[in-house]
Every structure is written in structure tokens, then in C-alpha cells.
Ligand binder design. Structure first.
Ligand code: ZN
Length: 130
């Protein structure tokens, strides 16, 4: 297997993300050059303490992809109107502002873990609307 793939993409399992991610990756000229990991909530599924072991499954997969595909970058894509964000929200009110804060807190925590585990790798994060 060749070892010159570019990145892993981390996304939510929400089917509405697929066409958007395809466009993003097409624009980056990375079609066929990235590994894909989908989990409910994307980084939310990995940083939530309520979902035990989800993080372990992700980190193992990322490690394997870095070894066999040679990736050196992670592109983490979360999205608005995410079912997991709604589930994790402790407040009664749920709106775009509250959801942005949930994603931003998750990115902050995720970036910390990522840079500790992979200090030489690149991490890109974004929130898309679906
Ligand atoms: Zn989602």
C-alpha cells in the first residue's frame, strides 16, 4: 500500500454532511487521498465524557491510518443542527449560538488531546451548515 495519503477526515454520521464534505475535499483536491472516520457528533463524540470508549476507538483508527496510509493531518468537520449536540446540551434552550459554543468547547478539548498525542501533525477544524 502506498503511504502518501494526505489526511484523515473526521465527520459526523449525519448523511446531510456527505455532499458538503465531498465538495470541501474536492476543493482541496483530496478526493481519493484521505481516510474517513465517521462517528456521531464528530469531535463531540470523542470529547464527551458521557460516551466512554468512543475516544479510544477514534485514536486507534487515527494511529492505524497514520501508520498504513502515512497521513500527517486531521480535518475535523462538525456541523450545525447536530443530533448529538442536541443530546449533549444541558440547557433547555438550543439555538445556533449555544450549539456553536458546544462545538467550540469540543474543538478546544480535542485540539489539546491531538497536539499532545501528535505534536508534529496538523489539525484543521470547521463547523459546516447542512
Ligand atoms: Zn451530527
Amino acid at each position: 500500500m502506498k503511504k502518501n495519503y494526505k489526511a484523515m477526515v473526521l465527520t459526523c454520521i449525519d448523511p446531510r454532511c456527505q455532499p458538503k464534505i465531498n465538495t470541501i475535499m474536492k476543493n482541496k483536491k483530496l478526493i481519493g487521498k484521505y481516510s474517513l472516520f465517521s462517528i456521531a457528533g464528530s469531535t463531540l463524540g470523542i470529547t464527551s465524557k458521557k460516551l466512554s470508549n468512543w475516544d479510544k476507538v477514534f485514536w486507534k483508527n487515527f494511529s492505524i491510518s497514520s501508520q498504513i496510509h502515512g497521513i500527517k493531518k486531521l480535518i475535523a468537520i462538525n456541523h450545525y443542527d447536530c443530533g448529538l449536540a442536541k443530546m449533549l446540551n444541558k440547557k433547555k434552550i438550543f439555538n445556533k449560538k449555544i450549539e456553536k459554543k458546544i462545538h467550540d468547547n469540543s474543538f478546544k478539548s480535542f485540539k489539546k488531546s491531538f497536539s499532545k498525542k501528535y505534536p508534529k501533525f496538523k489539525l484543521e477544524t470547521k463547523i459546516i451548515s447542512v
